[in-house]
Structures are given as C-alpha cells and as structure tokens.
Design a protein around this ligand. Sequence first.
Ligand code: SF4
Length: 443
Amino acid sequence: MHAPSPARPLLPAVRPSACPGLLRIVQALDGGICRIKLPGGLLTADQADAVALAARAYAGGVIEATNRANLQIRGIVAEHGAMVEALLAAGLGPRQAAGDDVRNVLLSPAAGLDRQQLLDVRPLAAQLLASLEQEPRLHALSAKFAIQLDGGEALAMLEHHHDVWLSPVMIAGASWMAFGLAGCSGHDPALGAVPAINAHALVLAVLDAFLARATPEQHRLRDLLTGPGATGFVADLSARHPDLGIRTVAFDRAPTTATPIGVHAQRQPGHCLVVAGAALGRLDAEQLRGAADLARRVGDGTLRITPWQGLLLPAIASADAASVQRSLAALGWLVDPAQPLAALIACTGSSGCARGLADTKADAQLLAATLHNPAAVHLSGCARSCAAAHVAPATLLAVGNGYYDLYLRDATRPGFGALQATHITVQEAGALLDARLRSNTHD
Ligand code: SF4
C-alpha cells in the first residue's frame, strides 16, 4: 500500500522550521528527533505499539512525552523515510502534510471523562484541528503557536502559556467560553467571552487577525500584543465580528488537582482514570508497549499523554486500579507522587543538546537521590527553558557542567523568579531545598 513510486517523492514536502515534526526530523547531538503531535494527547494502543516499534527499529528506543502532550522519538540513526511511512500508516500523521506543524491544541487529558468538567471540548478540538490542518492560510502560523481548550476539568494544566485559551463559564444557564490571549487561564483574567457555539469562529477570527497584522518576526501573539494591546485587539475583533457576540465576563478558574499522578474518579460510574509519570519525561519502547497492552486488556484500548509528561489510562474499572498501578510501576512508570523523581523536570541538557551547559537529566537523577522531601524543581540546561512551559516553584539554571543558579518562583519577578544561590552543585541545591521545606513546615 505504501510502496515507493519512482515517479513521485516518497514523502510530502516539509516546510522549513527548527522545530521537529513528524515529517521533519531535526538533528540533535544524540541523533534525529521526530515529534508526533497527538490530537488531545490521544492515541490508540495500536498507535502506541507503532511508536514503540519505530523507536526500536530506527532509533535508540528513547521516547519522550512532551509538556504539550505529544510524543517524540529521539536518537534516530537509521534511514528515517521508512519510519515516517510506518507512523503515517498507523494514522499518526496529518491528513494534510503542510498542516502538521500547526496542530497545537492542548486539552485536559481527562477531557470528556472528568467529573468536574463543565463542557466536553473534544468536538470543538476536532473542529479546530481540522481547520488548522486543512486551511492553507493557517499554515503560515509558527510551529509554536498554541491554543488551549479547557473544559473546566479537575485534571488540567492551566499554567502553560498559550497564544489563545478558552475556558467554559455558565451565563444565565447557557454555555459560554471565556477567552484570553497570550497567557493562561490559571493566572490571567479573561478578555471576553462568546457563546460556546461561536468558539470555533472566534478562534479562527483571532488567527486571521493575527496573521494579517504580524510581521515575519512576530511568531506568537505575545510578540504582537503588549500592555493594552490585547484589549485593543479584542475590541477591534468585536467591532469587525459583531456576530461572534463577544461580551465581558467575570472569570475565575477553580483550582485544579494539585497532584495528577494517582487514581482519579471518572465521570462514567464504576470507572477511574489512572495517571502515571514518565521519569524526567522519558520512556522506552517496552514501557509504551506495556501500557498499550494494559489499555487493551483492562481499559478501552486508548492511552492519553498528559502535559505533565506522563500517561493517563482511561476507563479502568475501579476494582482494577491498584493492579493497573502495580503493572505500570513494574514497567517503569511513576505511580507514586511522593517519589522525588515525580516532581522533577529536566530538559535534554548537554547529553543531547548543543546549548546545554550541564547534563540536566543525569543531575536530576542525582538531585532525586539527594532530596529528603519531594520538591517541584525544574533543571534547565540554558535559559530557553524547553522542558517547562510554565515557571516551576524552583528552577536550577545551569551555569557550567554540574553547577547551577537556584531561583524560586516569585510572581513579582520576571523569568524564573528570585535568585537564591549561584554556582551551586545539585547536592547543595538539594540541601537548600530540603532546609526550605523544613522551615516552611515549622512556620
Ligand atoms: S533548555 Fe537549553 S539546554 Fe535544555 S534542551 Fe532547551 S536549548 Fe537545550
């Protein structure tokens, strides 16, 4: 079915970008990277098997779960055309090749299943993904341009910065979507709201307005909107599109589940969601195949990748939850939020990235062994902060091989927060963080 024909190219043309995609394998120090963008983080067990097989056959077997709920295969060493063909054959690619880069729509991994949700945003997500893939004018968006659709779920990552975010509110008994630009629903006020039925049209109107105004150097909405620019942008949108019904709204998103790893009640009675973590965002082929097997045997045959760089298995009978957790743990997934590694994130670091000033993955393992109490720490090999789309409570920013500056999150300061210590080892950082936790506990 996919036999190469000498009369046509084997794979569709790929647009230039520094970001990996399914069709664009980007080279790193440890080999090529292929990013597989999953719709709402969702993949079937058969698709998970296809990713695992591809990672083993064409790369070193290292798979990463990203903070946008996608998967990527690293260390690709073999001829990758056949690997991409295999992933496309598994339905892991876009119907329109040019639309791969722009399929950046983040949902809760529990969308449609979460007891607390106000709206099932999956139909809206499918509509938006189809537009992004199939509308050639939208392919001018940057590969980093991202949209978040929140359904009001308890399990939701609300701290990641998005170009456009939408979150449900009830107004006079009807479903509306509050929205914001260049921010996140967890921290920022809404700029307006539209009836839920107009949400798709609103997003397209925002994208078209952005593309019409942005210069080639402005890739994200934040590049275009500063200060009152966002309210002016929305006022202009409202004037041009009165049919959208944009109105002001009081918006305050309820807090979400603090610790996603664990077992969560599912909307459908008798079932639960089992959430596990991938240590430092990495898993191997057998880990993924094992999870796929569990999804087939005791779930509904699907898996969801989470924005916490882990996995959610839906539709697990509540009586099976503990045994599913044990099986996941045996495969190497993190199932206990008290494990120090469960709270650590680290970018690729110097072992795979030329910009890395330290081996952040190895240092995170050292830090996990040092810490007496779990602490949410982000180790970043340079200031680009690839591993975290939000500011972590503590950040170790590499300044040399094995040495870091320590920052603690501070809403009054830009970037990583308030600088606490400079040029320290991870052992010294661990001692400082443990002491801080002890003193907080004794306050
Ligand atoms: S944060 Fe810096 S060192 Fe880490 S992966 Fe990104 S570019 Fe590389």
